[in-house]
Design a protein around this ligand. Structure first.
Ligand code: AP5
Length: 222
């Protein structure tokens, strides 16, 4: 039978490098990157009903209510491209209720990647982060400066990236992550995210290549 596409969850504290790694994973493996943060930010800038509801929560670094985010993700996961290409969930699930809603629908990952980065590094990464609103690309003033002046001039800072808000996002993350780990402990892989982004990607890449190979083997024997 046909090989099942990859299903990947990526988690980690704010600025642990989820978005940065997802750019590289999606490009290499062709999976559909579903970032709840990106979708919510797009809803906010488009001024939709969801965006207007989510805005206050996001700007203060709190979690958006489960019902809103869960509906968004399950709708996206039901689209045809996901069935063909597989998925890469970035920033979801973030609470036990969100994890439960996936379990209830028998939506499970092949692997749950957990990026580990020390707190002081996370704060520096958030405060220095800049986004290109045109391409969605993620930069950092010191670590990954923009390629040219034209890009540099249009870069924006996220409203939730101040030192104070990052600290509170980190607290909220730590409070919530514990409650979902047990759901994914059987497929969890911890990765040291405090290394050059190419080095981190190399490790994720080998992991996903191995999983992909296992799936191919399995489809041959089915
Ligand atoms: P979301 O957008 O998911 O934010 P987050 O989890 O806080 O994660 P970040 O986007 O801050 O960081 P990242 O890990 O992607 O790091 P990045 O690659 O950018 O969510 C935002 C908000 O939306 C939430 O607070 C909440 O309100 C709401 N929300 C989202 N999902 C929700 C959910 N499921 N339920 C409820 N509410 C939800 O990298 C960070 C910086 O570091 C960049 O500048 C980058 O260039 C740099 N960098 C990356 N990798 C490296 C490296 N290896 N070395 C050096 N620098 C690096």
């Amino acid at each position: 039978s046909a090989t099942e596409p990859l299903r990947v969850m990526i988690s980690g504290a704010p600025a642990s490098g989820k978005g940065t790694q997802c750019e590289m994973i999606a490009q290499k493996f062709g999976v559909v990157h579903i970032s709840t943060g990106d979708i919510l930010r797009a809803e906010v800038s488009a001024g939709t009903e969801i965006g207007n509801k989510a805005k206050e929560y996001m700007n203060s670094g709190r979690l958006v209510p489960d019902e809103i985010v869960t509906a968004m993700v399950t709708t996206r996961l039901s689209l045809k491209d996901v069935k063909e290409k597989g998925w890469l969930l970035d920033g979801f699930p973030r609470s036990s209720a969100q994890a439960e809603s996936l379990e209830k629908r028998s939506i499970r990952p092949d692997v749950y990647v957990m990026l580990e980065v020390p707190d002081d590094v996370l704060i520096d990464r958030c405060v220095g982060r800049r986004l290109d609103p045109l391409t969605g690309k993620i930069y950092h003033v010191k670590n990954f400066p923009p390629e040219n002046e034209e890009i540099k001039d249009r870069l924006v800072t996220r409203p939730d990236d101040t030192e104070e808000k990052v600290k509170s996002r980190l607290e909220i993350y730590k409070r919530n992550v514990e409650s979902i780990l047990s759901t994914y402990s059987d497929v969890m892989v911890e990765i040291n995210g405090n290394r050059a982004k190419e080095v981190v990607f190399e490790e994720i890449n080998s992991l996903l290549l191995r999983l992909q190979k296992d799936k191919e083997e399995k489809s041959k024997s089915d």
